[in-house]
Design a protein around this ligand. Structure first.
Ligand SMILES: *[C@@H]1O[C@H](CO)[C@@H](O)[C@H](O)[C@H]1NC(C)=O
Ligand SMILES: *[C@@H]1O[C@H](CO)[C@@H](O)[C@H](O)[C@H]1NC(C)=O
Ligand SMILES: *[C@@H]1O[C@H](CO)[C@@H](O)[C@H](O)[C@H]1NC(C)=O
Ligand SMILES: *[C@@H]1O[C@H](CO)[C@@H](O)[C@H](O)[C@H]1NC(C)=O
Length: 739
């Protein structure tokens, strides 16, 4: 199964995405003509002629619970002519009699202040309510889709009918959030969310399942499942196929099996900060050595007979406290030099006080909806001389709006469009920026060209700032090769976690492969661009949900993007559901940081490095511009191309570092000969790694001391399950720097 080539071939259609102009279609009313009852700003904000927003009621849906709205909703889905778009549902009950089908880059968005209900009629025909992915099988090339603030109801349909509410075979940039699935209690056929084939997504969050046979039925490479409530669902989560998964903040009530991870296709599962009552088995796993599991802070009461079953036998009863981990799988214990297979062992562990809430769980935040704001509290940038047309330089006009909105406590709305930015936009305390579907901020021009003078496109606060700064629903990318660019620099800390927050903000850098390059660029290896996508400086404290850094070029051979995430935060930082991949030097670099929760991290190497063993080896073009804390590769021979491949996770001089579920994939290579080190960890304390998987790297974890590297955790010592013909290596726990 060649995931890489699938991805490469399917990525071509992203080309249409870049700088798409937004042309109003004729004959379709805009929502301004709607006499909406809701005061929710997003429903009522004046819209400036784009087709990227469709209110289903404008297309004829009634939402009265009686009229069959199937055709009208599908018309709203199909009516868009912009590349990306929102299908908006005002409050109401929308009866459907057959399935709906999503299109690429669509967002299904309900009024959060009164979540609309999509109700299947008793005579519903078909087996899917919402086909959320565009293909019929694997979704490795299907990105950017959202379903949020909705209720789906199948209680009128026969409980034995085979029915999936949402089919979701998708990859990065996709998200289902704040959705309630109402299914008949005791149903044998209804499934809330189902993925099929092979997919590479990262995040699902804040969901509730009532009744049903299965809440989530998953066939994916990795996933973080955050804040979910399974209420009377027979099986909460059925893992059909999954290399690395973390369930966080799951609540099981009246469930038969919380997580069924017994299939041969499941590798490692972390279940953390979760609870169960009146539930037969919280976690059920397979006995094979390749199936590993970690439980931390799982609270059960006396109504729960089995916390863990392995191979059908009860392996653990009672709760696991927040300062312990129950582990089955391969671990490198503190002080141990080789791996040890544990078959159910309790290990004392610690969590940094800066990262947890008062019950010891890692902090989670409910993503903001701003549902209490009215239109008067929102400023639309397009009402203030901002063009968003993909060509006009919008820098000064955007800066003016952001500065004045922060001073008057207004939310800043960027309607769908492409906003060209040629110099740093300064985002002060008191800022909330919201895009539509994914509004695109594009760095362009000579100010970002000097490799020795780093300049951010978006700069959040100045060092020492404590306040509010949030961004939601954006894409940040580049228009021309920009070696002096940091796309997003964050200096601010929040007064509480999430106040400095980034939700559904992505960095598909070279989307469509259309960026312009200097004549001196003959290959990616001599074409440095975008030194760092996200830099969190020491004074920052940041909360992230669902983000993706990628060189999603038409050809992944285009430029050498230096680093994905560079984390120096010392105030507590949570990075949830992250894909960071294809950068030249590192995908995530954590340096001198204090308190970082990273869950999950999906990654792939830069194809141009591992496919061709590029002529210019790391640090390559960046050698004259390395920042303190960036890797030097001094531990590699000068011409050792495999040793000098970009590092997925480079973690040095840091403490209180918690890495959950890292999927670090090198698909282009047929063996581990073209990449030596997946990760390099040096000189850290209180560092805990729970669940790491690699494909085709010789060393999973190299330990760095000064300039000497030790290949402690090897791929060969941790060979895992067969996954579509690949043999990933899976490590359950790495604790050698946990003291
Ligand atoms: C749990 O599900 C039942 C049956 O579907 C429903 O009546 C009840 O309200 C749900 N509980 C909560 C707390 O949502
Ligand atoms: C802490 O977080 C957990 C998991 O997300 C949640 O269940 C719990 O209610 C939170 N506790 C407090 C006191 O906020
Ligand atoms: C865990 O914390 C509890 C108090 O919450 C304490 O009694 C117990 O000794 C701690 N266990 C370990 C292994 O630190
Ligand atoms: C380890 O970190 C400390 C403090 O950050 C620093 O003084 C020391 O030089 C580092 N040692 C190595 C080998 O990197």
């Amino acid at each position: 199964m060649k995931l890489s080539f699938l991805l490469l071939s399917q990525i071509g259609y992203l080309a249409v995405l870049s700088y798409a102009s937004v042309v109003p279609a004729e004959g379709i009313k805009t929502s301004t003509e709607n006499t909406a009852a809701s005061t929710f700003w997003f429903e009522n904000v004046k819209r400036t002629g784009t087709t990227a927003y469709r209110n289903v009621k404008d297309l004829g849906a009634k939402g009265d619970g009686i009229t069959d709205d199937t055709a009208a909703i599908q018309k709203a889905i199909n009516a868009r002519t912009s590349t990306m778009g929102v299908i908006y549902f005002p409050a109401g009950t929308y009866l459907i009699s057959s399935g709906l089908k999503a299109t690429s880059y669509s967002v299904f968005f309900g009024d959060p202040s009164n979540r609309p209900v999509i109700k299947a009629s008793a005579s519903f025909s078909g087996s899917v309510l919402l086909q959320g992915s565009v293909g019929t099988s694997s979704g490795l090339g299907d990105f950017f889709r959202t379903v949020k603030n909705l209720v789906f109801d199948t209680t009128a349909v026969s409980p034995s009918k085979s029915l999936s509410i949402i089919v979701w075979s998708l990859s990065q940039g996709s998200q289902i959030q704040n959705v309630l699935f109402n299914m008949p209690v005791g149903s044998t056929g209804h499934i809330g969310i189902q993925s099929i084939g092979t997919n590479s997504p990262t995040f699902l969050n804040d969901l509730q399942f009532n009744g049903g046979a299965i809440g989530l039925s998953l066939s994916d490479t990795q996933y973080q499942l955050k804040s979910m409530y399974f209420n009377g669902t027979t099986t909460g989560i059925k893992v059909v196929q999954m290399l690395l998964c973390t369930g966080q903040g799951l609540r099981f009530e009246g469930v038969t099996t919380g997580v069924d991870s017994t299939s041969a296709g499941s590798a490692h599962f972390n279940l953390i900060d979760s609870s169960a009552t009146n539930t037969k088995t919280v976690f059920s796993g397979a006995a094979a050595a390749v199936n590993s599991v970690v439980l931390q802070n799982v609270q059960v009461d006396s109504t729960v007979p089995a916390t863990v079953q392995i191979g059908g036998t009860v392996a653990l009863t009672g709760s696991v406290p927040a300062n312990q981990s129950w582990l089955k799988g391969n671990q490198y214990a503190a002080g141990a030099t080789s791996s040890k297979a544990s078959n159910g062992e309790l290990i004392p562990t610690t969590r940094s006080a800066s990262l947890v809430n008062s019950s010891g769980a890692f902090v989670t935040v409910v993503p903001p909806t701003y549902q209490d704001l009215t239109v008067a509290q929102v400023v639309n940038v397009k009402d203030h001389s901002v063009a968003g047309d993909g060509t006009t330089d919008d820098t000064a006009a955007i800066q003016a709006v952001i500065t004045s909105a922060a001073a008057s406590n207004q939310l800043v709305f960027f309607p769908y469009g492409t906003y060209v930015i040629t110099d740093t936009i300064k985002v002060p305390k008191g800022s909330r920026l919201v895009g539509e579907a994914w509004s695109q901020l594009v760095a362009s021009g000579s100010k970002f060209a000097d490799i020795k003078n780093l300049r951010p496109m978006i700069q959040i606060g100045v060092p020492g700032d404590v306040g509010l700064a949030q961004m939601n629903d954006f894409i940040l990318m580049i228009k021309s090769a920009s070696p002096g660019l940091v796309l997003l620099e964050i200096n601010m800390a929040g007064t509480k976690p999430g106040d400095v927050g980034f939700f559904n903000v992505h960095f598909p850098l070279n989307m469509g492969g259309t960026i312009t390059k200097p004549a001196t660029c003959s290959s990616a290896s001599n074409c440095p661009s975008n030194h760092i996508s996200v830099h969190m400086t020491p004074s920052s404290s940041v909360y992230w949900e669902n983000t993706w850094v990628s060189d999603a070029g038409g050809s992944q051979q285009s430029v050498d993007n230096g680093g994905g995430f560079f984390v120096e935060s010392q105030g507590g930082t949570w990075i949830n559901g992250v894909g960071s991949e294809h950068s030249g030097m590192y995908q995530i670099n954590i340096h001198n940081a204090k308190g970082v929760f990273l869950c999950i991290h999906q990654s792939e190497s830069a194809y141009w490095q591992v496919q061709t063993q590029a002529a210019t080896l790391n640090p390559g073009s960046w050698s004259s511009a390395l920042l303190p804390g960036e890797p030097s590769w001094s531990w590699c021979g000068t011409s050792d191309s495999a040793c000098r491949v970009g590092i997925y996770q480079y973690v040095t001089g840091s403490s209180d570092i918690h890495l959950y579920s890292s999927g670090l994939w090198n698909f282009p290579c047929a063996s581990d000969a073209c990449q030596t080190y997946a990760t390099v960890f040096g000189n850290n304390t209180k560092m805990f790694v729970w669940g790491q998987g690699v494909i085709n790297s010789k060393v999973m974890i190299g330990e760095l001391s000064g300039t000497t590297i030790s290949p402690i955790v090897t791929r060969k010592a941790n060979i895992g399950s067969n996954f579509n013909g690949l043999s990933p290596s899976i490590l359950a726990a790495y604790l050698r720097q946990s003291a």
